[in-house]
Design a protein around this ligand. Structure first.
Ligand code: AHR
Length: 659
């Protein structure tokens, strides 16, 4: 954080205003209004914009298991995606499904060779094309590589498989290739896993090159290449990209909602619904399904890994399961589960809770232990449905949530209130919920124009307090420029203004998270997004900084505060500190007097986020809009300062005296 000493003392000396002309914010530090929810700020991770596969997931090979399907044309299963046969002689390379590695993982590659034959097959990674290797190698980094292999007796006589990482001109980037002489392997006829470590001798875009030679039949499946400097290398799925995990950790999320969003519901047909059970166990036994947003969900990050990530971040896990319906907002092909089917499906949700919390002696708790986590995960919530509404939803939610409450009364069920902020649909949802599920947590989602947010800062002031809200997806949307909605400062400040209202209502809004979280440059399904990345870089948006600043400076109690001006504000405290949050959405500086009765003389620390309204960050200028450290003097219970145009200021004062 850049540091600049500004404000109070300087302002007193330099600014041409008298405190009589300034706005005032009066803070009654000892007048506590209510507790602030300890889970107020969290994150929502969905595999949209290649957030997970091709992003957070450390796997560098695309379509590693030949399961890729073409979402838009199910007749055309694009199992060759990212793979190509570069050279061959006396060889036939095909994709097969007979006697696969696992029934959930049906497709594999077969190379059938006549005597003296060979075939060279390449994977170009997530960012590759014919001219560019898309596997990003970093000089000096080591990479864990593995794949599964099966061969017949003829190949056992003299067959060979050679694997290397090459540039597109065919030069090795990791020294000598891995060479497997099948005659030296123990047995033919069954699948075996082979692994090695490659060390990169250059920083380059690579392709994985697999050359099979000899005679007979060699079959290959489930390739994997991951940098060793990943997080979660001991998780069965293999782990996560470290720089992206650090960006998430720095948000101090109190919870992690996963795996969607629409992803949690599935794609168009019932057989492609997201079922948590086929996302756990050994990776080669997990079932890939088409991702609603395009590409495939490899499930290398499955429910176990999402739970581990939550734990890694110090966040509570908030799993989302479908409610027996495919996405209601899409033109899906299959009807919802019948009521009988829904009753049976309830067991899957109970099994998920057992997976997360059950002992080693239970079926699903035992699987969690076998996967490497004997301790239970700290599961307190389960969301049943995403952006659902109407009788079709509430009748199924009723069955499913009742089953959970009967067996696990300590788990809070999260009920969807639909995909909109206003109008008949959400009104109808709330009517249903208040009548039938008043003790459940209500998942509101809305993406609105930036200006909507400050205009509705008091949305929750009038919400009855009996039923609590989870603002599970929100973002301020600016008008589209080119083909994107920009992540500019103004949108971020509108969100900040709104969050002051959320904090002031944090007795009823107990959780909130921005959406979407991550976007891979070049793979954009949705804008704006909180964090952008490419193969090697990450940049944070102004909205990210807002989330981080609010999350870092979130007190435990809301205190009474009032302003006579147009600034947006919320003030919280802990036993020892007072956090003052202020947002100026206007194009003029606002002189401000802070009245802080009872706060001792001191220089408070703080963060300022400001700049040009339309400015945004980018890979070239990642810190164009970034928080600056500031200080502010408080004397005789008063601080005079100036809020710059378009700014968020958060100041933290120490409180020596007890309340
Ligand atoms: O956040 C992107 C999408 O927005 C989510 O998948 C869905 O829940 C909402 O419509």
């Amino acid at each position: 954080m850049k540091k600049c000493v500004i404000f109070a003392l300087c302002a007193l000396l330099l600014l041409p205003f008298s405190s009589a002309a300034a706005d005032t914010l009066t803070v009654y530090a000892n007048d506590v209004l209510h507790a602030v929810s300890p889970t107020l700020y969290g994150i929502f991770l969905e595999d949209i914009n290649c957030a997970v596969d091709g992003g957070l997931y450390a796997e560098l090979l695309k379509n590693r298991s030949f399961e890729n399907e073409n979402l838009w044309n199910p007749q055309h299963a694009d199992h060759w995606d990212a793979w190509s046969v570069k050279k061959w002689e006396k060889a036939r390379v095909t994709l097969e499904t007979e006697a696969p590695l696992h029934e959930n993982n049906p497709t594999y590659m077969r190379v059938a060779l006549e005597a003296g034959g060979y075939a060279r097959i390449c994977n170009q990674g997530f960012g590759g094309n014919l001219l560019r290797g898309g596997i990003p190698l970093s000089m000096g980094e080591s990479y864990d590589f593995s794949f599964w292999l099966r061969w017949d007796e003829t190949a056992a006589a003299g067959g060979k498989v050679a694997v290397s990482l090459m540039d597109t001109a065919g030069n090795s980037l990791c020294g000598a290739p891995l060479e497997i002489h099948l005659a030296q392997q123990s047995e033919s006829g069954s699948w075996c896993q082979i692994g090695t470590v490659f060390s990169a001798e250059a920083a380059a875009g690579a392709v994985l090159s697999v050359t099979v030679s000899g005679q007979g039949t060699v079959e290959l499946d489930m390739f994997s290449l991951m940098p060793q400097s990943r997080i979660g290398a001991d998780w069965p799925g293999g782990g996560l990209r470290a720089d992206l995990v650090e960006a998430l950790r720095a948000l101090h999320p109190r919870f992690l909602r996963f795996p969607g969003g629409c992803v949690a519901e599935g794609t168009y047909v019932r057989t492609d619904a997201y079922e948590w059970k086929t996302t756990v166990g050994s990776p080669e036994t997990r079932r890939e399904i088409p991702n609603t947003w395009g590409g495939m969900l490899t499930m290398g990050v499955g429910f176990y890994e999402y739970f581990c990530l939550a734990e890694e971040l110090g966040a509570l896990p908030v799993p989302v399961v479908h409610a027996g319906l495919l996405c209601q907002a899409r033109d899906v092909k299959d009807p919802p589960l019948t009521m009988e089917e829904t009753k049976a499906y309830a067991q899957d949700i109970l099994d998920l809770i057992q997976f997360a919390t059950g002992g080693a002696d239970t079926e699903w708790g035992g699987l969690r232990c076998a996967m490497g986590h004997p301790e239970p995960f700290d599961l307190r919530y389960i969301a049943i449905g995403n952006e659902n509404w109407g009788a079709a939803y509430f009748s199924r939610y009723d069955i499913l949530s009742k089953a959970v409450k009967e067996q696990y009364p300590e788990i809070t069920c999260i009920v969807a209130a639909g995909p909109v902020a206003e109008g008949g649909l959400i009104q109808d949802s709330w009517n249903n919920i208040r009548r039938r599920f008043p003790n459940d947590l209500v998942d509101e989602h809305y993406y609105m124009d930036s200006s909507w947010f400050p205009a509705h800062v008091s949305r929750y002031d009038k919400y009855p307090r009996a039923t609590q809200v989870f603002l599970g997806e929100f973002a301020a949307h600016e008008p589209v420029q080119g083909n994107r909605r920009p992540n500019n400062l103004y949108a971020a400040l509108c969100e900040a203004a709104y969050l002051t209202g959320i904090e002031r209502n944090s007795d009823v809004v107990v959780m909130s998270c921005y959406a979407p979280l991550l976007s891979r440059e070049g793979e954009v399904d949705w804008t704006p997004d909180l964090i952008w990345f490419n193969d090697g870089e990450v940049y944070k948006t102004p909205s990210y900084h807002v989330q981080q600043l609010f999350s870092q400076a979130c007190g435990t109690e809301l205190v009474n505060s009032e302003t006579d001006g147009d600034l947006f504000q919320a003030v919280t405290r802990t036993e020892t500190e007072l956090q003052v949050k202020l947002v100026n959405l206007s194009d003029s500086a606002v002189p401000l007097t802070l009245r802080l009765a009872g706060v001792q003389d001191q220089t408070a620390r703080g963060s300022l986020l400001t700049g040009e309204k339309n400015h945004a960050n980018s890979f070239a200028r990642p810190d164009k809009i970034a928080p600056q450290a500031v200080e502010c003097a408080c004397e005789n219970g008063e601080a005079n300062l100036e809020m710059p145009p378009y700014s968020l200021l958060i100041l933290t004062f120490s409180l020596a005296e007890n309340k």
